[in-house]
Design a protein around this ligand. Structure first.
Ligand code: ACO
Length: 323
């Protein structure tokens, strides 16, 4: 059968780094509070005029380079974002143009922090269906544009950035020992809208709006749902927590990540952690973490990786793959 294999990863972070101490003079908060409650130490913010597509393009170029491919090799782009440059066209089409591609398809997926997991599962399904042989899957965000800078409960948590992977079809895969994406599990429950949303948009206020979150409630859902979706995806692949070499979680909060790893029976040295340096970059956080860890040579062929995320919707899910 046909399976999708990751051939390359890449990422891009804007130059501007903002330490926790930056917030101390602006809000009633401290570096100590942010560190101990979230694990976040610093985050990157996009420069004025720097858009989500600019970050996504740089990440895509880096992933193509590591894959040893050029833009003409790619059949399609699936980009996960909740902070598009414009209402339309899709950010993916601007990345496509930036790469100089004039063929293939390009569209966005919107599942907030779970966006990359949804996009990866979507691209994998297209590859297995024979719709494409090579797809760039990107997560790119500029959450700094939708922050309420007077709300200490949210604005200290998020950062900007982008990550990308090149997925390629591989024929002849048969068992869970073969490389590639083995399974995925996707979920949404729209009754939880009020826990995490942006209070503006095209057909409501006509403005971009700002992020609103009941953090402690999101926290509880995250701890409950992430380990479960990871186990469901593992089960579909015929694997268990004991088979996992690397957990690559959405990087929202170190305490959520630690609790999830614990529920899965994984020690923290099997978890890729970038939250300290990146903050929560929403749909970009998993491909950023994949690219950082891949760049450090931490993954070896044959290892089992589990990526999981939860975000606004609520939407949550997991993807299991053999590196
Ligand atoms: N500095 C100092 N105090 C703060 C800050 C801050 N930056 N933020 C909140 N507080 C205060 C609160 O006001 C509250 O004070 P009170 O007791 O006087 O009312 C106190 O800290 C405790 O607040 P909680 O919200 O209960 O604190 P908690 O330990 O839950 O930590 C946090 C808050 C970090 C937001 C946590 O709940 C969390 O990480 N939740 C998950 C958030 C998340 O992952 N969101 C992203 C999902 S992905 C997506 O789709 C975007």
């Amino acid at each position: 059968t046909r399976r999708s294999v990751i051939r390359g990863t890449g990422h891009y972070l804007p130059d501007r780094v903002v330490e926790n101490s930056w917030f101390e003079g602006r809000l009633d908060t401290t570096d100590e509070w942010i560190r101990s409650r979230t694990g976040i130490e610093r985050r990157h913010f996009a420069a004025e005029g720097q858009m989500t597509s600019d970050l996504g393009l740089r990440a895509a170029q880096a992933a193509l380079q590591r894959a040893g491919m050029v833009a003409d090799d790619i059949d399609g782009i699936v980009l996960a974002t909740s902070t598009p440059d414009f209402t339309f066209p899709a950010v993916a089409t601007m990345v496509q143009a930036g790469l100089g591609m004039t063929r293939g398809f390009a569209y966005d997926v919107q599942a907030v922090c779970a966006g990359f997991v949804f996009a990866l599962a979507n691209a994998d399904a297209m590859i297995r269906a024979g719709q494409a042989d090579r797809i760039l899957v990107i997560g790119a965000e500029t959450f700094s544009r939708i922050m309420d800078w007077t709300d200490r409960g949210t604005c200290v948590l998020f950062g900007d950035g982008a990550g990308a992977v090149v997925l390629e079809a591989q024929e002849g895969a048969g068992t869970s020992d073969d490389r590639g994406i083995l399974s995925s599990d996707l979920n949404s429950d729209g009754k939880y809208r009020d826990l995490l949303y942006v209070d503006g948009g095209v057909s409501s206020t006509g403005t971009a709006g700002q992020l609103r979150m009941q953090g402690n409630l999101v926290f509880r859902h995250a701890v409950e749902k992430l380990a479960r979706t990871a186990h469901t995806a593992l089960d579909k692949a015929g694997l268990t927590g004991a088979d996992v070499d690397w957990l690559v979680p959405h990087q929202a909060n170190l305490r959520i990540i630690t609790a999830t790893a614990q529920k899965m029976g994984l020690p923290l040295d099997k978890v890729v952690l970038t939250v300290a340096d990146h903050g929560n970059t929403s749909a970009a956080s998993i491909p950023l973490a994949l690219s950082v860890a891949d760049g450090q040579g931490r993954f070896t062929p044959g290892q089992v990786l589990v990526a999981e995320a939860i975000g606004g919707g609520l939407s949550w899910g997991a993807v299991v793959l053999r590196w």
